[in-house]
Design a protein around this ligand. Structure first.
Ligand SMILES: [Fe+2]
Length: 145
């Protein structure tokens, strides 16, 4: 399944939006994999990228929305990473998992990431986050002028 990026998914922060688009692209690259080793490496790369990116998003959410939303969101991120880590362990340790089964299960988790998190949960903080991103951009522009 191909995941299409829409501008409405943007948070208005150039680096954050680039990272989010990169995750979409990595999910699309994974979906095209057929070989077990390549698929596992692709999923591992995606998980690593997300692990690096999520704290950035969480810090913005803390700044824009406060501790409650930050904790809820950070927990969701950890659950997502845990799901992928379990898949990766299955892909490494179990000889009973066929490449097709691994790829199908992993693709289902990625769909959950994309649809339940990126498309449904992230937009709930988007308006506040957008204001923080705009303030950041304005402050940066003032500093450069
Ligand atoms: Fe998020």
């Amino acid at each position: 399944m191909a995941f299409d990026w829409k501008e409405s998914y943007d948070f208005g922060h150039i680096r954050v939006d680039a990272a989010r688009r990169r995750i979409f692209n990595l999910a699309n690259e994974f979906s095209a994999r057929k070989d077990m080793t390549i698929a596992r490496n692709s999923l591992s790369h995606l998980a690593g990228y997300a692990r690096d990116y999520f704290p950035v998003e969480e810090s913005l959410i803390f700044a824009c929305c406060g501790e409650k939303d930050y904790k809820t969101h950070a927990l969701e991120h950890r659950v997502l990473i845990d799901h992928v880590n379990k898949l990766l362990l299955t892909g490494v340790q179990s000889k009973d998992v066929s490449p097709q089964e691994f790829i199908t299960k992993s693709a289902a988790v990625l769909e959950m990431w994309i649809f339940n998190h990126f498309i449904k949960l992230d937009p709930k903080v988007r308006p506040q986050l957008f204001k923080v991103a705009q303030k950041y951009a304005d402050d940066k522009n003032k500093a450069m002028s």
